[in-house]
Write a protein that binds this ligand. Structure first.
Ligand SMILES: [Zn+2]
Length: 161
């Protein structure tokens, strides 16, 4: 997918997203992060390579994109969705508060992603239930199966399952 925005616009969007975030960024990392942030949906590493190469006239390889995604994950700017094998960008300006845990809602129909801060108390309660079952929680990241408002109204998606 190509858009009409110039490289300067894209860099500016990325810079705005970074306001107040002290993370060293090479131009390539910034391009990868910006592309993912602007996509507004989860992308696989290969989809991301195609977009970055197209938009920034790069020749990124899978090994380099995985390294950059790993760096961005460590800096909490990107999260890998294990169930989908795709990546989403975390906007540092919409981080969850201390009382919230950031979760992603991903539309199963169109791939649209929405960040949502969930009250930590809900997760604490969930953990207590898990503990009482004898199991141990190893990962707090929820991946909830969703349909976005647009798809549910336009496609008549069945949300009962
Ligand atoms: Zn949707």
């Amino acid at each position: 997918m190509q858009d009409d925005h110039s490289t300067a616009d894209r860099q500016s969007t990325a810079s705005q997203a970074y306001a107040g975030v002290d993370i060293p960024m090479t131009p390539k990392r910034l391009e990868v992060y910006t592309t993912l942030l602007r996509a507004g949906q989860a992308l696989s590493a290969y989809e991301l390579i195609d977009r970055v190469n197209l938009n920034f006239s790069r020749q990124l390889t899978p090994i380099s994109i995985y390294r950059m995604l790993e760096f961005l994950e460590q800096k909490h700017l990107v999260r890998k969705l294990k169930s989908a094998g795709k990546y989403v960008a975390i906007n540092p300006t919409t981080q969850a508060t201390d009382q919230q845990v950031l979760q992603f809602l991903i539309c199963r129909e169109c791939g649209d992603v929405k960040e949502l801060g969930i009250d930590q108390r809900i997760l604490v309660e969930l953990k207590a239930c898990i503990d009482s079952s004898g199991f141990q929680l190893k990962n707090w990241e929820l991946e909830l199966d969703c349909v976005c408002t647009n798809c549910s109204t336009h496609c008549g998606a069945d949300t009962r399952k």
